[in-house]
Design a protein around this ligand. Structure first.
Ligand code: GDP
Length: 502
């Protein structure tokens, strides 16, 4: 096979100002060093801090030193098999975080990015569980010289011994919450955390973190307390199950605050940097992104992305009020020009920012909204890459289309998204775009059919919303208004029970 050697002449731009390592070849993963060229148009550029860059390089070294196939990894697997969690010689230098993310691709991406931030903060190697078996098919490896995929149980270099990771849940006895309840783990009156044993006999080699918004309880949420974080530090393996963007919750932990502030001095670009660092669509997906971009979006002076997501068990039926909301938003905020008012300019003068030849990218599971928008705003410039009809599980080509549409949306200059949707969060985060968010009607209110007033609001920042924060102030031992604890963490525009970095 042709050797995939690192290119020698990568520019700072291609490396996203040093966010990416130059150690990778470019053939096996074209998106990695090509991403930048699809995002050059952005008015506001977000530059990563030198501290973050140094931290990422150190973390890459850790992933390589501890990753599957290495001696420390084999030792840690042996320890996991032994069932004994006491730290023994040879296992102290590498600790691991297994990320179990689930639901749609947007949820899985914000969850994986959160697990990565937590892994960096706690100096653990991140391994991702292949929940839907398609992580390896959709994404390139983010760390050079190793893999981030959790080896399957049959893998010769040290298969992962715990079976059925999908089966972990609220009732698992290895969860932080249940171990606290069973007194296997305890936290003393002065916040000093300990395992209840003295000789390590009862100490399990791993702790399962149940951060599932649908059914986690008070004890599970003690994950967001400093004293419990101290306790977790001693566990060689952590399994983290979540579908959410946890980073605002990590910022609320006093012991992580300083470090996070140094990594992300601009705070509201955490996902923008981490998402661009971690996720690189595999060549098949990237070919779809760049081909579609070239055919439909490249020539326009301005690209407007509209992401329409309807949270209904049955997505098929078109909803007039959702269309009305979209149209009302783009009219009110003057985001789309009607064809007759458009100043058509020749391609030679396309550098002018005042040019208004727009290309409109609509993404939705249904084609109905796209057809109505196209009727109004012109055949030739309104585009929709796919209409999958419904959300599908465990279908790699369906997920590939979802991924390519998130990336296409991220290339836009203006973005209109549907609130609550992590699909939209990923697009805005990758693109560094503050979208217009259309408040969405949640799944549990299927009969509400009004157009909200206003139909859309401008997002405070490009960050995703954390949908399931803990409201518990561990030091004060009571619930607090978590949107008021730090000046840069506020209640989300689209989710009144969520918080986001602004
Ligand atoms: P969320 O449910 O809106 O937070 O976003 P997720 O990405 O987690 O889950 C929605 C899933 O439905 C996506 O991953 C896709 O599989 C599918 N989906 C939803 N909207 C679209 C769309 O506009 N285009 C495509 N291709 N798939 C979509």
């Amino acid at each position: 096979p042709v050797q995939d050697v690192p290119p020698t002449n990568l520019t700072a731009e291609q490396l996203l100002d040093g966010l990416l390592t130059a150690e990778f070849g470019s053939r096996s993963c074209r998106s990695r060093y090509e991403f930048a060229s699809y995002h050059q148009n952005k008015k506001k550029k977000h530059t990563p801090s030198p501290y973050l860059l140094a931290k990422l390089r150190r973390h890459e070294a850790l992933q390589k030193r501890c990753g599957p196939g290495t001696a420390p990894y084999r030792a840690a697997i042996r320890q996991l098999k032994s069932g004994n969690g006491a730290i023994t010689a040879g296992t102290e230098d590498c600790r691991y975080l297994v990320s179990i993310s689930y639901r749609g691709l947007g949820n899985r991406m914000v969850a994986t990015a959160s697990a990565f931030v937590y892994a960096v903060l706690t100096e653990r190697a991140l391994l991702v569980h292949q929940y839907s078996h398609d992580v390896g098919a959709l994404f390139c490896e983010p760390f050079p010289g190793t893999t981030w995929l959790l080896p399957s149980s049959g893998w010769l270099g040290g298969g992962f011994p715990l079976a059925n990771l999908r089966g972990y849940g609220h009732g698992s006895k290895e969860s932080l919450g249940n171990m606290l309840k069973a007194d296997v783990l305890s936290v003393g009156p002065h916040g000093n955390a300990s395992w209840s044993d003295s000789d390590g006999r009862r100490r399990p080699p791993y702790v399962y973190l149940h951060l599932d918004s649908s059914d986690f309880d008070f004890h599970d949420k003690l994950f967001y307390c400093d004293e419990h974080q101290r306790l977790l530090r001693g566990a060689p393996w952590l399994l983290m199950r979540t579908d959410s963007y946890l980073v605002p919750g990590l910022f609320l932990l006093p012991s992580f605050q300083d470090e996070l502030a140094r990594m992300f001095p601009d705070k509201d670009t955490a996902f923008h940097h981490i998402g661009r660092y971690l996720f690189h669509p595999a060549n098949d997906v990237w070919r779809a992104v760049t081909g579609y971009y070239r055919d439909h979006l490249a020539g326009a002076g301005q690209r407007v992305g509209i992401q329409i997501r309807v949270f209904r068990p049955k997505q098929q039926k078109p909803l007039q009020h959702v269309l009305d909301q979209v149209l009302s938003c783009v009219r009110r905020e003057k985001l789309l020009h009607l064809p007759e008012t458009e100043t058509t300019i020749s391609s030679s003068s396309k550098t002018s920012n005042a040019s208004v030849d727009q290309a409109v990218l609509v993404t939705s599971l249904s084609s109905w909204y796209y057809e109505r928008i196209r009727d109004e705003y012109g055949d030739s410039r309104v585009h929709q890459p796919s209409h999958e009809g419904r959300q599908k599980w465990g279908d790699a080509s369906h997920d590939g289309r979802a991924l390519s549409e998130m990336y296409l949306l991220s290339t836009c200059d203006v973005l209109v998204t549907t609130g609550i949707s992590t699909f939209g969060y990923v697009a805005q985060g990758l693109g560094g775009i503050r979208p217009w968010i259309m408040p969405a009607i949640p799944m549990w209110e299927p009969d509400r059919d009004e157009v909200p007033d206003p139909p859309c609001v401008r997002a405070m920042s490009v960050e995703p919303c954390f949908h399931s924060p803990s409201y518990y102030d561990c030091a004060a031992r009571k619930d607090v208004d978590v949107g008021k604890v730090l000046p840069y963490i506020r209640v989300c525009e689209d989710v009144s029970w969520g918080i986001k970095i602004t």
